[in-house]
Structures are given as C-alpha cells and as structure tokens.
Design a protein around this ligand. Structure first.
Ligand code: GTP
Ligand code: MG
Length: 317
C-alpha cells in the first residue's frame, strides 16, 4: 500500500470523485497493520469535536454523534481527553471490510493560548501514550496554588501505554480568530524539535469555519500565515486543509447546515470531499515512517538554582 512521496504531492486527490475518495479511504483503513491514534488539539471552540463527528459522517454517509460538540450557540465544552473510535460498523451506512486495526481520534479539551511549559509537557506526555483516556485535563493541570509543576506532572503520568501512543496531531484554528501563537509554538516544540529528545509526530493543520471568511478576510490571512510559519508547513499541501463542517443553526446569526426530518445533518458533498482528502492524507503510510517517540531518553530533572554564597560566609571565624 506504500506510495512514493511524489504520488502524495500530485493533484490526483482533487480529481477523484467522492465515491473514489471513499473507496481510497476504505482501502487505506482495511490495509493498516497497526491502530492509528490522532490527537486533536486547538483552543476552545476551534471545532475539534465537530470535526471528529463530521469526519465520521464523511465516510459513514450518515450522522452519528460520537462526541459531544457545541451546537446552536450552546458551548458544550470538552473537558477531558477522550479516545473516540472512528468508522465503527454501527455508525456506517456500509461497513468497512477487514477494518481490524482501528483509527482513534482523541478529542482533547480546548487548550489555552499559553506558552507555559506545563502545557507543552502535557501534550508531550499525551503523545507518548502516558495520559489515559478520559483524563480531566483541567483537573490535572491545576492544583490549589495554580498550574501544577512539570515534575509533578511527569510523576503522575510516568507509565507508557503502548495502545495510547500517538501517530498524528491535528491542530485546529478558526479562520475568523487570531491564531493561537503560543499554543502553536508549544505544539511545534513538542512534536518536532531537538528539545523533545527525538519525538517526531506529523502535524496537520485545519483552518475551520471557512464560511466566515467573507467578513474576516484579513484575519484569515494573518491566521493562516502565522499557523503555516509557526508549524513550518509552507508548501506542504497534504498537511493543510481549509474547510467548513457540519454545524447547527444559531438563531439570527448563522443559518447552519440543512437537517433531515429526524434533525440529522444531510450529507454535503463539499464538506465530505475535503474531509475525505484529509483522511486519506492522515492515513498515508509515508507518515508512519517518520513517527518516533523519545521517551526512552532519560529526562533530566531541573533543580532550582541555589543563590550564590556571600564571600564572608566561606571565611573561617
Ligand atoms: N460558522 C461555522 N460554525 C461552525 C462550524 N463548525 C463548527 N461550528 C460551530 O463552532 C462551535 C465549535 O464547537 P465544538 O466543535 O464543540 O468546538 P471544540 O473545539 O470541540 O470546543 P471545546 O470542546 O470547548 O474545546 C460550535 O458552536 C459549532 O456549531 C463551521 O464550519 N462554520
Ligand atoms: Mg470539544
């Protein structure tokens, strides 16, 4: 199933029909040799939960609420790290044959745009498979005095669960808000830098709420530039996607996507098409070859510096 890098860069995906794209995604799913964990990260309200449900819909051709998401103005914030099994038989109009090694999208609580290393450490520990499913993100990051220390966080999440190691990270930014520069920097540092002791996880960028671009063109351009440059994705077309997702009406503000008689979203070709291209790129075996985790390298504990001794303290009395 392996394909060359030149094949990945070809415009082939854009000329495939919707059913070709579904067939391609199905064959990539049935041909996998290991489970695939995708961590979905972004600020609160960046459409992480919506993307997970919409991605399932794109292949399933029918709506299921796999994870709770904001709709009709209700915030419905995700507070935990939740492992969501994708494309399960019961959610599919037509099941995926030989789908044995599963894809899991992990819905993560919205992260603050904060450069504090504790947030980066949490993302790193999660990527290494040390943070269990259903962990309440805010409870573990904060203690009674404020943010928890890095050492305490490492001690709490010291054991790797191989099943929870990550293979991809999906970063979401809404096109009508400034890019979360600090969070982008932390993600870049945590997934691919000399400081992370060899961890290398391919990052994919999604610019969401593209239906809002008309009134926010300059914000969109600035957000896109910032996210591209910080994640270093220039010219990396298969790792960036701009889209709108299945979303509900907000009275007087947003007409939302059409629903059927049972209040389920009706399929939308444009949404499905972009999501299926993203899925095929996420599943591409070439990205498996680059994944490494650095937790076998010993991590030094940084002790606080002692104040220098005063001169006369050393003199014998
Ligand atoms: N206009 C528009 N709104 C959208 C679109 N997709 C999602 N939304 C809305 O944006 C909000 C995003 O909600 P969620 O998907 O729950 O966001 P989230 O990133 O999971 O948020 P947290 O769980 O709080 O971190 C909801 O109110 C959706 O209705 C879109 O394509 N266009
Ligand atoms: Mg959410």
């Amino acid at each position: 199933m392996a394909a060359s890098n030149s094949e990945m860069k070809s415009p082939e995906m854009n000329i495939l029909t919707l059913s070709d794209l579904r067939a391609k995604a199905r064959s990539l799913l049935s041909g996998r040799s290991q489970d695939l964990n995708v961590l979905v990260v972004g600020e609160p309200g960046s459409c992480k939960s919506t993307l997970i449900n919409s991605m399932n819909m794109a292949l399933a051709e029918q709506w299921s609420e796999l994870t709770s998401f904001g709709q009709g103005g209700a915030s419905n914030n995700t507070l935990r790290l939740d492992k969501v099994p994708m494309f399960e038989d019961q959610s599919m109009k037509e099941k995926v044959e030989n789908y044995e090694k599963k894809v899991y999208f992990w819905d993560c609580a919205g992260m603050e745009n904060n450069l504090d290393e504790v947030y980066g450490e949490f993302i790193g520990l999660t990527l290494d498979g040390k943070v269990p499913d259903k962990t309440n993100v805010f409870d573990v990051l904060k203690d009674k005095d404020g943010l928890i220390s890095i050492r305490a966080l490492r001690e709490r999440f010291a054991t790797v669960n191989e099943e929870n190691r990550f293979h991809r990270l999906l970063f979401l930014c809404t096109c009508d808000n400034p890019a979360p520069e600090n969070l982008l920097k932390l993600v870049k540092q945590t997934t691919a830098s000399p400081h992370n002791k060899g961890r290398n996880i391919p990052v994919f960028l999604v610019l969401s709420k593209m239906d809002k671009i008309k009134t926010n063109e300059s914000t969109y351009k600035a957000t896109k530039d910032m996210a591209f440059n910080t994640l270093n994705l220039q010219g990396n077309k298969q790792r960036t996607t701009e889209l709108s997702l299945y979303h509900a009406e907000i009275e007087g503000k947003d007409e939302g996507c059409p629903l059927d008689a049972f209040n389920m979203f009706l399929p939308n070709e444009d949404i499905d098409r972009k999501l299926l291209i993203l899925l095929c790129n996420l599943l591409h075996p070439a990205f498996d070859r680059t994944v490494t985790h650095g937790d076998k390298v010993e991590i030094k504990h940084v002790e606080p510096e002692k104040p220098p001794k005063k001169r006369n303290e050393c003199k014998p009395s």
